[in-house]
Design a protein around this ligand. Sequence first.
Ligand code: UD1
Length: 432
Amino acid sequence: MEKYVIKGGKKLSGEVVISGAKNAVAAILPAAILSDEPCVIENIPNISDVTIILQIMSEMGANVRMLNKTTVEIDPRTLRNIPVPYEKAKLMRASSYFLGTLLGRFHEAHVSMPGGCDLGDRPIDQHLKCFAALGAAYTIDGGMVNLTADRLVGNQIFFDKNSVGATINGIMAAVKADGLTIIENAAKEPHVVDLANFLNSMGADILGAGTDVVKIRGVKYLRGTNYSVIPDQIEAGTFMAVAAATRSDILIKNVIPKHLEPITQKLVKIGVKVEQFDDAVRVIGGDNYVGTTVKTQPHPGFPTDMQPQMAAVLTCAKGASMVTESIFDNRFRYVDELRRMGANISVEGRVAVIEGVDSLKGAPVKATDLRAGAALIVAALGAEGVSEIYDIYHVERGYENMEEKLRLLGADIEKVDEPDPVASEKKARKAI
Ligand code: UD1
């Protein structure tokens, strides 16, 4: 059982290089299944979600070859359409993308219901609505989502809910369908645009990604491509929060500053200095922050995936802050953990009210999901004393070499492997 041990309160300095975007690569790798030739994908992050996706594709028979640490070549021509089982699908939300991509290529898909962070209710009704509109029949049986279609035909689809996953799945299912598909109320997140750019680089005909309306004219053939994934908006935002919480001066490189705008604006509002360059931002923490309001919204609003890390910064801002979560039902599970560190937070439904305290104190805490874990790292680095963060496998799903990158900035962080007390207890009992 691995944990991070963090001695907080140290000022950090230097540069950090941001890796490829988890949520973009989570769509782009499965989308390679649609290609009729091998593809080379660069700037992929070394995170466990990527390992699992590539494993699923290899087990299906695709030829997957790492050309170097961040570049993979995928030849999907030998891939067979076998079901994606529960053991794999439960590990991440992105397993749902195998529905769109397998349906797009084989007109048939069998994928166990997707897992991912427990953020409350995460239905897939909009995904299914879209597949049905394109001509697929679906059943859900024994936890498996089964899709079949004689042929896929373009259609007009209006999403009742603005959904990143359903938009990406819709694009993947429509890219080789007959005729024109129009997706309205589409998600506009940078990773939706990156997926469309990837597919267009193979010869797809997708217009409007990044706006409310995406038009996809089906094509028969997708050629191989050499494509580089965009930098991770949320990893960059997390390091911005780290700089703010530790009152440090950090240069964050390999970013698209435009994608960071909603985060930058909130940090500047509370008293952090942010300088923007072409592909970097410099974040200079201050000594006194003032509380603010944050409301998560679909892109270009404040990203829900940055809500916990921003709340961690606000725990030490003067006065009251109000954080409203408008995307997910249950994204405040980290609050109890921050309270252990001395944060003063109350939660009522989807709103958290934070009364700023002078400083947090290190404590043993547990990551309840990926971004909750990131928030605890932010808090622990800014806190006085030692924190131990448990269940860091959540963090490793989405952050490449987090502790190494932080150590290079001067943080006192260690990854420690400690025996699981429950497993040891069971072993001891068996031995008696
Ligand atoms: C993706 C991201 C996740 C991010 C989220 C919102 C990936 C792998 N994950 O998740 O990191 O937090 O976008 O930016 O890219 N909904 C429905 N019906 C559906 C689909 C969604 O009601 O069929 C609802 C969800 O419950 C949620 C909202 O729509 O309330 C947004 O969810 P969605 O954008 O689909 O999130 P994900 O794609 O799961």
